[in-house]
Design a protein around this ligand. Sequence first.
Ligand SMILES: NC(=O)c1ccc[n+]([C@@H]2O[C@H](COP(=O)([O-])OP(=O)(O)OC[C@H]3O[C@@H](n4cnc5c(N)ncnc54)[C@H](O)[C@@H]3O)[C@@H](O)[C@H]2O)c1
Length: 267
Amino acid sequence: MTHSPVTTDPSPAAVGIPNRLVGKRIVVTGGARGIGASIARRAAAEGAEVAVLDRLVDEGTAFADETGCRFSPVDLTDHAGTVEVMDAVIADLGGIDVLVNNAGILRFSPLLDISVAEWETTFAINTTAMLVTTQVAAKAMIAGPDPAGHRRGTIINLASMAGKTGGAGQGHYAASKAAVIALTRVTALELGPSGITANCLCPGYVLTEMGAATRTEEDVALWSTYSPLGRLADPADVAGVATFLASDDAAYMTGQALNVTGGMIMH
Ligand SMILES: NC(=O)c1ccc[n+]([C@@H]2O[C@H](COP(=O)([O-])OP(=O)(O)OC[C@H]3O[C@@H](n4cnc5c(N)ncnc54)[C@H](O)[C@@H]3O)[C@@H](O)[C@H]2O)c1
């Protein structure tokens, strides 16, 4: 029996959150739904100017109407088009302080059956698009004012627990997310001297549309037992950590791959 719980966020107002992101201009890719929407919503609630990019035009437009975030449609696998949209969005925001590379896809296929086309599609969105948006954003951050010894900007990438552990039936996905962890470290190493930090998040199992079509009650029950907390993640569980990384409280953290897995893995 299929079972597709997709959670909704608690109202930011009800959570009593601080205003840690006032004055920050934030771009979130894949922000029309799921973890990206939760990050965008939370960032806006903490005072940021937020622009969301997504290929889902109706969902993105509705999200912008509801939250006051800006929305730009783009297919991030169109890498030339992505550069154009990123340039326009950053110009519209008047600069960029935080890039959240969140957009991603998950496809299931046994290793011996993965086609090169499937592999390349997964990498085009999960990894290559991240390089492209990082290049545009980092150049804009470097061109911005130098806050003399403080952080000029930060990049937050969505990797996955699968990028550390692998995942049976997820060869293309796990490999693309391991590449995200490596790309994050290179970003931290190369851009640190320019005042830019980069970290990635490695969520475990988050209740979003991703994987919902094949999710069963048995899956949810089994995976819940892998966490000492006995439950799967809400998008807001990931958004809380992303918001911390976006805030100046995380100014001295860079090159890290943080698990947000409810303790499913501890390395
Ligand atoms: N859900 C999980 O259990 C889980 C676990 C670990 C990591 N992650 C990662 O978190 C991120 C967000 O996942 P989610 O669970 O919110 O998934 P989701 O499918 O709900 O949302 C992904 C978003 O990315 C957008 N997107 C996908 N391809 C795109 C493209 N080519 N161009 C523009 N936008 C595109 C989608 O339209 C969607 O809005 C992904 O990178 C995913 O790999 C998710």
